[in-house]
Design a protein around this ligand. Structure first.
Ligand SMILES: [Fe+2]
Length: 354
C-alpha cells in the first residue's frame, strides 16, 4: 500500500563550506559599487545583522547558524529513516546547471540511473574550502529510480499537467546542487556516502525571469539598473501547487512508500532587489511560515508570481509543489523550524508533514 511523508529542507551551498566563508555572498554584495554606501555600513544594520556580522564578518555566528541547520536536517533524516521510503522525490531548482540556453523546462523529472556526483563542484566554482577538509575530488553515488520516475511523469501527464523528463544529465556541468546537497545535507556526517534511498529529482524552473538573465546567481545593480534582458517567467505558484497535487495523486494511486521533499531556502538576499541584496525579505517569509503553521494553503495559493520574485522567494516554488502534494494527500504539519538570518543570505525552514 502506498504511503507518504513530506519534508522541507535547505540546500544552502555555504553550509558545505567552512565557517570563515559562510557570509561570502554578503561579502560579495558589499563590493557592489552601485549600492548606497550608507546601506553597506554595518552600523546602520538591524540588531540581528550587527550581532551576526560581529567583528569577524560572520565567522563566529556561522557556527551557530550551522548548529541550527544541522539540527533541522538531523531531525528530517531521523523521520526519513523511521519512514523508510522506497523512493525520495525531491523538488529543487536548477540554477543554470542542467538547463541552459538550449531549453528551460518549467518542470522536469530526472529519470536517471545511479549517478556519480561531485559534492564540492559548486564550492570549487566559488573557491571555498569544504567544511569537512576533504579533497576536492571526493564523490558519492546518487541512486536513481528511473522506472518510478517514468511512471510518475506518465501519471502527471495523464492528469493533464505537462511535465518534461530527462534520461541523462548535461555532460559539461556539475549535477544540480539542489539535489546533490539534499543528499549530502541529509547525510552530513558521511558527506552523502551513506544515503541508500533512490532519489527522483524534479527540477523546477524557480529562477524564471532570472534563470538565464542572471545565470541562476547574483547580479550587480549596474546591470539591473540599465535594464536586464529578462527571460519568460517560471511556473506560477498556483501551477506549482497543481503540479504538487498531481504528484500527490500519483503517489496515492501507486504502491510505494514515498518521501516528498522540498529542497530550498526561502527568501534569498541576492535575489531581493528591493532590499539591495543586503538581507532576505524576512517579513514575506514570516507571513508564509505563519500561514503554513495554520494550514492556510489558500494564503499560499493566492501568492502571485510577481510577489514571489519581488520578495526574492524564487526558490520557494519548490515548497509550493510540496504543499500542493501535502494538501492532496491530507498530510499534517508535525514539526517545523524557521531559522532567520540577516547575513547568511537566506532564511531557512525545516518541516515534517505526516
Ligand atoms: Fe537553489
Amino acid at each position: 500500500m502506498s504511503d507518504a511523508i513530506g519534508l522541507g529542507i535547505t540546500h544552502y551551498p555555504l553550509l558545505a563550506g567552512a565557517d570563515t566563508h559562510m557570509a561570502n555572498l554578503l561579502k560579495a554584495t558589499l563590493t557592489d559599487p552601485d549600492i548606497p554606501e550608507e546601506l553597506k555600513d554595518p552600523s546602520t544594520w538591524s540588531e540581528q545583522a550587527q550581532s551576526e556580522w560581529g567583528d569577524d564578518q560572520g565567522t563566529a555566528a556561522a557556527a551557530g547558524h550551522r548548529t541550527q541547520l544541522l539540527s533541522g536536517l538531523a531531525k528530517c533524516r531521523a523521520e526519513l529513516d523511521a519512514f523508510n521510503p522506497d523512493v525520495v522525490v525531491v523538488w529543487g531548482d536548477d540554477q543554470y546547471e542542467n538547463f541552459r540556453e538550449e531549453v528551460i523546462p518549467s518542470f522536469c523529472v530526472l529519470a536517471y540511473e545511479d549517478t556519480d556526483i561531485d559534492p564540492f563542484a559548486v564550492l570549487g566554482l566559488m573557491k571555498i574550502p569544504n567544511a569537512w577538509g576533504l579533497p576536492d575530488n571526493q564523490s558519492f553515488t546518487m541512486r536513481g529510480a528511473p522506472t518510478y520516475a517514468k511512471g510518475l511523469v506518465s501519471d502527471v501527464l495523464g492528469d493533464g499537467i505537462d511535465c518534461a523528463y530527462s534520461y541523462r544529465k548535461r555532460e559539461e556541468s556539475h549535477f544540480p546542487h539542489a539535489f546533490a546537497n539534499t543528499q549530502i545535507f541529509l547525510d552530513f556526517d558521511h558527506v552523502g556516502t551513506q544515503f541508500a534511498y533512490p532519489m527522483v529529482p524534479i527540477a523546477v524552473n524557480c529562477y524564471g525571469e532570472h534563470v538565464i538573465a542572471r545565470k541562476g546567481g547574483l547580479a550587480r545593480f549596474a546591470e539591473i539598473n540599465q535594464g536586464e534582458s529578462l527571460d519568460p517567467p517560471g511556473p506560477s505558484p498556483k501551477r506549482c501547487f497543481e503540479f504538487g497535487r498531481a504528484v500527490g495523486r500519483s503517489v496515492r494511486e501507486g504502491d510505494k512508500r514515498v518521501a516528498l521533499v522540498a529542497s530550498s531556502s526561502w527568501s534569498h538576499a541576492f535575489l531581493y532587489d528591493k532590499g539591495w541584496h543586503l538581507r532576505p525579505d524576512t517579513e514575506s517569509d514570516q507571513a508564509l511560515y505563519d500561514a503554513m503553521l495554520r494550514g492556510d494553503y489558500d494564503a499560499w495559493e493566492a501568492v502571485t508570481a510577481r510577489e514571489v520574485v519581488e520578495a526574492g522567494q524564487h526558490e520557494m516554488l519548490n515548497w509550493f509543489c510540496l504543499l500542493g502534494a501535502v494538501q492532496e494527500l491530507g498530510l499534517e504539519l508535525d514539526w517545523s523550524d524557521f531559522v532567520t538570518t540577516e547575513v547568511f543570505n537566506s532564511n531557512k525552514t525545516f518541516a515534517i508533514f505526516k
